[in-house]
Every structure is written in C-alpha cells, then in structure tokens.
Design a protein around this ligand. Structure first.
Ligand code: CA
Length: 224
C-alpha cells in the first residue's frame, strides 16, 4: 500500500541524506532529497510529496519556518528531525503542525518505522475510534453508543486529542487551548482532568486505553 509513496528528505548532511534515501528506497518508497531550506516550499507545492522528513537546522531557511509556510496550503505529513531532544518540547509548544519528531542520532530503521506509522495514521486508516461521537454544539459525547458524562473541560480535552490521533500535545498547549484567557492553572490541573476523562472512557471500554501520557512531553490519543 505504501509502495509508491513519495517521500521528500530535507537534510543538508549528505551522509545522513544518503542513508535515509537508501533505507526508504529499500522499504519501497520513492525518495527525493533536498539540501537547502530555500528549495523546500516550492518543491512541496509543485511535486506534492506524500511526506516530508524535515531537518530543523538547514542552510537557507530553517525547518520551523518551512513548516509554518507549508501548513497554510498543505496538510502533507511532516516529520521534524532535530539534533537536540530538549528541542522537541519547545517545538511541540510552538504547535507548528508537524506530525512527529525524531531526534538525532537516529537509527534509519526506526525512521522507516516512524514514516510508515505516520502514513498509516494520516491515511485515515487510524482515525477517530469507531464509536466516538462528539457534538461540539451541545458538548455531548458518546462512545459505543453510551453517553460519556463529561465536564466542559473534559469534552474539550477529548475533542482536541481525538481530532488528530497519535499527535502529542504538550500540557502547555492544552492549557492554552482550554484556558485562552491565560487564567493561572498548574500543569496538574490538566493531569487531573485527563485522569477523570480516562476513567470515564475506560468505564465504557475497560479493555482499551485511548488517552496516553507521553513521558516528559504531554498527551496523545491513540487506540490500543
Ligand atoms: Ca542540518
């Protein structure tokens, strides 16, 4: 299914770009490589790749800026590659719209696995779980036909997380979305709402967890 997908690798370190190209080609992908940030946005516009692997530090234009410029016209999945693990938290907070983050040094095998996972997710084969219905007008939610008795905050949290399964949201981001008036709330406020939300979800689906915490980063929604 992923055989003919076209992956754009944006990486200025030739050795890494070659390595990624080799592994991705072996996995059956078509691969294009760019080594300068200035060429990326027009390439995406014209060639419409199925995914972009985007290094953060690039000559010409950095990965963050590129991501910001791509998003208004394309929802192509973007995996951001960074040399510093601490950077990921900051990038998440900026809400650039990247679909996943990979830290250098990486194993090319892992990159291929992440590429496949993101493609599966964004192909829509892993979407909202079967049976989750959310009505934003009435703030009513049902799972498997059973009413989830959610508070407004719990509804909002679930609605944000479930809209893009697999995407990790930082606590800061969730707080900004839920308390746009910047009311002072602690990280633990979000944690405690999430805890109650999980309890309500597992009341209906005891065998499956839907809201996952990602250590040190935040939360994501994923089936299984
Ligand atoms: Ca670089």
């Amino acid at each position: 299914m992923t055989q003919s997908k076209h992956i754009l690798v944006v990486e200025d370190e030739q050795r890494l770009a070659d390595l990624l190209r080799d592994y991705l080609q072996q996995a059956g992908f078509n691969v294009s490589c760019l080594d300068n940030g200035l060429k990326v946005v027009s390439f995406v516009r014209q060639k419409k790749p199925d995914m972009v692997l985007l290094d953060l530090m690039l000559p010409g234009k950095d990965g963050m800026e590129i991501c910001k410029e791509i998003r208004p016209f394309s929802s192509v999945p973007i995996i951001m590659i960074t040399a510093r693990v601490e950077e990921i938290d900051r990038l998440l907070g900026l809400e650039l719209g990247a679909d996943d983050y990979i830290c250098k040094p990486f194993s090319p095998r892992e990159v291929v696995a992440r590429v496949k996972a993101v493609l599966r997710r964004t192909d829509g084969s892993i979407g909202r779980p079967q049976g989750l219905v959310m009505d934003e007008g009435t703030h009513k939610a049902t799972l498997n036909g059973a009413t989830l008795d959610l508070t407004v905050v719990e509804f909002q949290l679930l609605n944000i997380l479930a809209a893009t399964p697999g995407r990790i949201y930082s606590r800061d981001h969730l707080m900004d979305r839920i308390y746009p008036d910047h009311r002072v709330v602690s990280d633990r406020t979000i944690d405690s709402h999430i805890k109650k939300l999980r309890k309500k979800l597992s009341g209906i689906r005891p065998d499956q967890s839907l809201v996952h915490s990602v250590y040190g980063l935040g939360y994501k929604f994923e089936e299984g």
